[in-house]
Ligand binder design. Structure first.
Ligand code: PRX
Length: 672
């Protein structure tokens, strides 16, 4: 890697940012990067020294086996050390750093009328009270607690309460269906669930408790006794509803199992001694889509995740004490875990915690919130940028965005038009954009610019973060030097990498380590250009990325096949202006049935109900037959090309019946 000299259009860090940055130039990045690879022990030890360890480590900072031919895959960080995540990200600031009065979160509700400020000491006391409530409900170290909450302060209280007592949280995004929730509760074997009565998303009222009850009923039917206690936040009833006249929500109640959050919290003590955990004890499970359709419970552990989220947050957003940082993700995804909760709190940062959506009650909401809290660092997804671009400059012109210093994106490749718009219109050309590539599995940023050090090329996640050693392999597992395109893999772990798939070490090894022994395989394609910049080219497995959410085609196909009218289904991706990619489904119906609008709507509803609104297909096309090889394998390449209306299909000689292609083209959906 060299300091880039190139023909490409580059964007250089602004001088004023470089003046007091943690990493002020590219050469300092290179020096630190080299140190992190050549002497990882010293590098990570220095990071660990910032934190509190009840007992020091007896083992090295990192130990691992990445090679399946040499035995089980494992990654360990600071073996022998004892610590507590919650202590490090709350008590340490309040007790040792005098930050008790500092704002941890500005909570901004779905409606601009709802907002609240939470200081570090207030956060600590709420977390301790919640920890005592959980303990009273019987939760012990190692137990799993499922959490199905919207973006409200109680979500943070609950996750940190789990971390405090050594329980393992498993947060399920509150947009998932009852079926998806049930599947995740069962896999995690949780006996406790934390949820809320209801919530508004934009102007849509969602009866969360009803979804929960459906999920719990399914769990009980499948494997009794299932969840035995359900703690319910009165969010709708206490915070949102104004006056009895608008009580639109009936909260179903099961007095054997359900308890109200506010009643339990009322007399709960504010003192709760943290449980001192082993460095490698589990911190949380978070489910992500797998290419077979069944979600994988990605498991992260305490010490390594603390070091990595804390360090990436500090460097990638060039964190300073007076920052107001806002990440617009939902905590139900990894971005929220790492960069709303753990990374910012580990640094003692002030963040915005946002319950709403970008276009409610008006399309300038993001910009209004930035002005209101004087946000300095803003982190969002390309899909949100593309959505807001549609409304032009005007909604931004009403607001003062001069507080912004750094912008970030995550979740999918950002197209050059969206990058330019973000840079020019939102950042007024003054703010570097950190395009952060990472995954649920990686725990934190792995390829990313550093805002004051890295010259940017729009669309490239640029270079590896400290401790991360990427390489590109061809199909035969050979490493490609210089300019190259192939599989993105990593040669060694960093502290925040996942430890296993919960209760499925075999799947962990086969998904990430078996294809190329000695490497962690991301599942993404990648190109390295002549200057050493990395460009993610997209998934190379049967996964697609809709609005930054990973989804497996198999998962959606399985749901479509549940419909009694469907005999066969194949799902592919098609580019979408706002979502990046969307779902295009080919459906073969039972001979006796007619393809109709009613069938299409019924199928969309089914997917929404079974997985959640994020998986709703944009296109469902009639497929009297599917293109198959003589051995009966569906040729997805051809389906993708039909979905995209690409007429030049190349070699069709392996098709059992080439006439199918013409028929499928004649039934193609033009518009959603
Ligand atoms: O395909 C990559 C894409 O999102 C996948 C990870 O998804 P998930 O585990 O849900 O985590 C998303 C948030 C970290 C990756 O395998 N992806 C994520 N960030 C980027 C990206 N693709 C291109 N550029 C990015 N910055």
């Amino acid at each position: 890697m060299v300091v880039p000299e190139t023909q490409d259009k580059m964007y250089y860090p602004p001088d004023d940012l470089q003046r007091d940055a943690h990493v002020p130039e590219f050469n300092s990045y290179l020096a630190l990067y080299r140190k992190s690879l050549e002497n990882p022990e010293a590098f990570w030890k220095e990071v660990a020294d910032e934190f509190y360890w009840k007992k020091p480590a007896t083992g090295p900072m990192l130990q691992y086996n990445f090679n399946v031919t040499r035995g089980n895959i494992y990654i360990k960080c600071m073996e022998g050390a004892k610590t507590n995540m919650c202590y490090n990200i709350l008590d340490r600031h309040v007790r040792e750093r005098n930050l008790g009065e500092k704002v941890a979160y500005y909570w901004e509700g779905n409606s601009p009328d709802h907002h609240m400020t939470i200081t570090y000491s207030q956060l600590l006391s709420q977390v301790c009270r919640c920890a005592n409530v959980l303990k009273k409900m019987g939760v012990k170290k190692g137990d799993r607690v499922s959490i199905y909450l919207p973006m409200i302060p109680e979500l943070v209280y609950t996750m940190l309460a789990c971390a405090r007592i050594g329980a393992v949280h498993s947060i399920v995004f509150a947009g998932f269906s009852s079926e998806s929730l049930c599947e995740r509760i069962m896999d995690a074997q949780s006996s406790i669930l934390v949820t809320a009565d209801g919530v508004y998303r934009g102007d849509k009222l969602i009866n969360l408790k009803q979804i929960v009850d459906e999920a719990l009923k399914k769990c009980r039917e499948k494997a009794p006794p299932g969840v035995t206690k359900c703690l319910v936040v009165r969010h709708y009833t206490l915070r949102i509803k104004s006056g009895a006249a608008c009580n639109k929500l009936q909260t179903p109640w099961n007095s054997e199992c359900d308890v109200w959050w506010d009643e339990e919290m009322r007399d709960s003590p504010e003192e709760c001694e943290p449980e001192w955990l082993d460095a490698e004890d589990p911190l949380f499970i978070l489910y992500t889509s797998g290419s077979t359709g069944k979600p994988k419970g990605i498991l992260h552990s305490v010490a390594g995740y603390l070091l990595f989220t804390s360090l990436t947050f500090k460097y990638v957003f060039d964190y300073h004490h007076d920052d107001v940082y806002w990440c617009t993700a939902d905590i139900g995804w990894i971005t929220g875990h790492s960069y709303i909760t753990y990374g910012p709190l580990a640094n003692g940062a002030t963040s915005v915690l946002f319950e709403g959506i970008p276009v409610h009650p008006h399309v300038g909401r993001f910009w209004e919130v930035i002005e209101k809290y004087k946000v300095t660092k803003f982190y969002t997804a390309p899909t949100a940028i593309r959505l807001l671009m549609k409304y032009g400059h005007e909604p931004l012109q009403k607001y003062d965005l001069s507080s912004l210093r750094i912008l970030g994106t995550v979740g999918e490749p950002i197209n050059p038009e969206a990058w330019q718009w973000y840079h020019e219109v939102v950042g007024r050309g003054r703010c570097p954009i950190v395009d952060t590539f990472w995954q649920t599995e990686t725990g934190g940023h792995v390829l990313t610019p550093l805002p004051a050090a890295t010259p940017l090329k729009p669309g490239s996640a640029t270079f590896p973060f400290f401790g991360v050693e990427p390489t590109i392999l061809n199909e035969h597992g050979e490493e490609l030097e210089g300019e190259a395109e192939g599989y993105l893999v990593f040669r060694r772990p960093w502290p925040g990498l996942m430890r296993t798939v919960y209760r499925d070490q075999e799947r962990f090894e086969s998904t990430y380590f078996r294809k190329f022994p000695g490497f962690y395989v991301t599942g993404d394609g990648c190109r390295r250009d002549k200057d050493g910049y990395y460009w993610i080219t997209g998934r190379i497995d049967d996964m697609l990325n809709v609005s930054g959410h990973l989804m497996s085609t198999a998962e959606v196909e399985a749901v479509l096949m549940e419909h009694p009218a469907v005999v066969e289904a194949a799902v592919v991706s098609r580019p979408h202006k706002v979502k990046g990619e969307c779902l295009y489904c080919f459906i073969t119906l039972n001979d006796s049935l007619e393809f109709s609008h009613t069938v299409v709507e019924g199928l969309k509803r089914l997917v929404r109900e079974k997985i959640g609104p994020i998986a709703t297909p944009d296109f469902i096309q009639n497929a009297p037959a599917l293109p198959k090889t003589r051995s009966g394998k569906i040729m997805r390449r051809i389906l993708r090309q039909i979905a995209r209306n690409e007429k030049d299909l190349g070699d069709l000689s392996t098709l059992a019946d080439p006439k199918v292609v013409e028929i499928l083209f004649s039934h193609r959906c033009e518009a959603a």
